[in-house]
Ligand binder design. Structure first.
Ligand code: AHG
Ligand code: MN
Ligand code: MN
Ligand code: MN
Length: 335
């Protein structure tokens, strides 16, 4: 019926966040404003990606390496700066911590201490940028729980259950924003003609099992025997299908929507794995649990991990509960 279609077109992100926030206290307005800033950052990055290669200085490397020891791409820097500029005037976020910055960025003026911190991976899957394949941005919002005068940001080093909100933007054929403020997982699709993210799926529930397993099998020689046992198992049993895009956000979104398991285990070179806790694995663990799935390091619930430093990495096994426990059963066998 007509009002239904109109209604569908009008459930914007801001309206949806406010609708959900009835059960929230004074933070309701803040979270709505924060999510709107995330949406603006997503639109600015999506627009820049859609012109990558056409506009100067969008593709390729900067020649610098980041605190991770990775070669930084021009798009990494652009997206990193977009989040800073978008949150600068918000008056809500006083500190931003990113994969691309050694130390957090402190917003100097008009920012009352003790509000919120944005933790983010500005471009996830940077290796896909120059070949027009999907990339994402991952974010988590936490309260700033002390004045952090020594700028050590030590109040950020807590378990992932302290996250207030988490989500990601997937820059694909359409731009999709997925988020949770602890009240279910919801997805929005950007309608460029409206410049609005429109609600497309509410209270997403990940299937208990799915056919996809997503892992970089090129690392087989570097894995623990238990992970090799898992892949030998799926190689011998029908009903599994391998999908790996090189961008965590894209691989995760497939698992969230259709079930299965993504893993980035520890390797010989990186015993703690490659993915970073505070702005990659913890935000996604928050989402998957809200969607009825699970996330672990292989031996510990991911949301219980307490980091000792800002860019700490963790191994990751995430997705449908049945498939995550299957991986964990191989690990348990060899403990
Ligand atoms: P980023 O581009 O933010 O550094 O993240 C890349 C990550 C993740 O997106 C992806 O799943 C993983 O690196 C791929 O790593 P491998 O190439 O080692 O498989
Ligand atoms: Mn990187
Ligand atoms: Mn990443
Ligand atoms: Mn990144």
């Amino acid at each position: 019926s007509s009002e239904h279609t109109l209604d569908r077109d009008c459930t914007t992100l801001s309206r949806h966040v406010l609708q959900q926030l009835q059960s929230f206290g004074p933070e309701a307005q803040d979270l709505s404003a924060l999510m709107n800033r995330i949406a603006l950052a997503g639109k600015l990055i999506a627009r820049h990606l859609s012109r990558a290669g056409l506009v100067a200085d969008t593709l390729g490397f900067t020649g610098k390496t980041n605190v991770q020891g990775e070669d930084v791409k021009k798009m990494d820097v652009f997206a990193n700066d977009v989040f800073i500029s978008v949150f600068k005037q918000s008056g809500l976020v006083c500190r931003l911590a990113s994969e691309e910055m050694d130390k957090p960025y402190y917003i100097p003026e008009n920012c009352p201490i003790g509000r919120y911190t944005l933790l983010y991976d500005p471009i996830d899957g940077s290796s896909n940028v120059d070949i027009n394949l999907n990339v994402g941005s991952i974010f988590a919002i936490r309260r700033q729980t002390d004045d952090d005068l020594d700028q050590s940001a030590s109040d950020l080093l807590t378990h992932g259950r302290d996250q207030l909100a988490a989500g990601y933007i997937l820059y694909g054929p359409t731009t999709v924003l997925v988020y949770s403020i602890g009240n279910g997982v919801h997805s929005f699709t950007l309608d460029p003609s409206l410049g609005e993210f429109i609600l497309t799926a509410e209270n997403i529930q990940v299937p208990q099992h799915g056919p996809t397993y997503s892992v970089n099998e090129g690392n087989f020689w570097q894995w623990e025997e238990s992970i090799r046992d898992f892949t030998r198992y799926v190689h011998r049993h029908e009903g599994y299908s391998s999908r790996y895009s090189g961008a965590l956000v894209g691989d995760f979104h497939r698992i969230l929507m259709q079930g299965g398991v993504f893993l980035y285990p520890g390797t010989k070179k990186k015993p703690e794995g490659k993915l970073r806790l505070l702005y990659e694995t913890a935000p996604l663990a928050f989402l998957i649990e809200q969607a009825g799935g699970s996330a672990s390091t292989g031996t510990e619930r991911l949301l219980d991990v307490v980091p000792t430093e800002l860019h700490q990495r963790t191994p990751l096994v995430i997705g449908s509960t049945e498939d995550v426990s299957l991986v964990e059963s191989f690990i348990q066998e060899r403990l």
